[in-house]
Design a protein around this ligand. Structure first.
Ligand SMILES: [Zn+2]
Length: 144
């Protein structure tokens, strides 16, 4: 069983990929994952995924090289992307994240990442005490 729990779901192109807590791996991992699910052209999804992985590395695992970030996902119902990013950190309370709409919070990177997830994806849900985020986005059809 993987920590993502996706084994219980009907998902196509499913993948389970651990990466080390190194920021220089974020971009490559993001490209590789989106290539795998055929979502290369979706800029907002690419931005959100790289933010989510970076958050997991920085705020979750505190860049501890002994800890990994587990990135899993696939396609539900044909064209809905589901991504599950899990870190090995202490977790956090999503309600305590500062809202970047307040200008004094704009440059707090953690708040900004969560804001992007919640506004650019169809759904962003935190689980496991904040150690895991589940992102969903219907692909194709709408804006470019
Ligand atoms: Zn998994």
């Amino acid at each position: 069983m993987c920590v993502c729990g996706l084994e219980n779901c009907k998902i196509a192109s499913v993948f389970h990929e651990p990466i080390k807590s190194r920021l220089e791996l974020v971009e490559h991992a993001t490209e590789r994952i989106l290539e795998r699910v055929g979502a290369m052209a979706d800029i907002p999804t690419r931005l959100v995924l790289s933010e989510a992985i970076a958050n997991a590395i920085i705020h979750g695992n505190q860049e501890d090289l002994n800890k990994k970030v587990q990135i899993c996902g696939g396609l539900e119902d044909g064209n809905r992307l589901v991504l599950v990013i899990t870190d090995e950190g202490a977790g956090f309370d999503p309600a305590l994240i500062p809202d970047p709409l307040c200008d004094q919070n704009l440059f707090r990177p953690h708040g900004r990442g969560v804001f992007l997830m919640q506004h650019l994806m169809d759904q962003a849900e935190f689980r496991l005490g904040g150690r895991q985020v589940v992102l969903r986005k219907r692909l194709g059809g709408d804006s470019a």
